[in-house]
Design a protein around this ligand. Structure first.
Ligand code: ZN
Length: 136
């Protein structure tokens, strides 16, 4: 719970900052991306956001919060190949392991073209603020 709660807090802090910096007084729609490679309890995280949203309402009002799944995409540092997690052939157990312990990724995923394990993760890692639609 603690992890999800502080993550939700960090997200709302960041949203508040962006809103204030761009002169938004009210947010109609906030879209949060949930990466394939994260190990948080999504339901708890959503709950935490909804509860915290109320606490932030005096500073910034948020009407609607939507969550979108964010696909994991990789790019090889050696050959430049770009691929997705869903392109990788993985067993059920391996998929599960990566979901709960993203650090294990490099044990199961390698570049499909050159077999290198030296690659960067372009997206799908953790939680990201995708879009803030507001009223100035
Ligand atoms: Zn490669």
């Amino acid at each position: 719970m603690v992890h999800e709660w502080s993550l939700a807090e960090a997200v709302l802090e960041a949203v508040k900052k962006v809103a204030i910096d761009s002169g938004i007084s009210k947010i109609n729609r906030l879209i949060i991306g949930l990466g394939e490679l994260q190990n948080i309890d999504i339901e708890l995280f959503k709950e935490s956001i909804e509860i915290l949203k109320g606490e932030y309402s005096s500073e910034i009002q948020i009407d609607e919060i939507e969550f979108e799944d964010e696909e994991a995409v990789f790019k090889c540092r050696r050959c430049g190949e770009v691929w997705r997690l869903r392109d990788v052939e993985l067993g059920e157990d391996e998929r599960e392991a990566i979901h709960f312990i993203p650090e294990l990724l490099h044990a199961f995923v390698k570049c499909p073209r050159c077999n290198s394990v030296d690659y960067e993760i372009l997206s799908g890692r953790g939680v990201v603020i995708k879009r803030i639609e507001g009223v100035k």
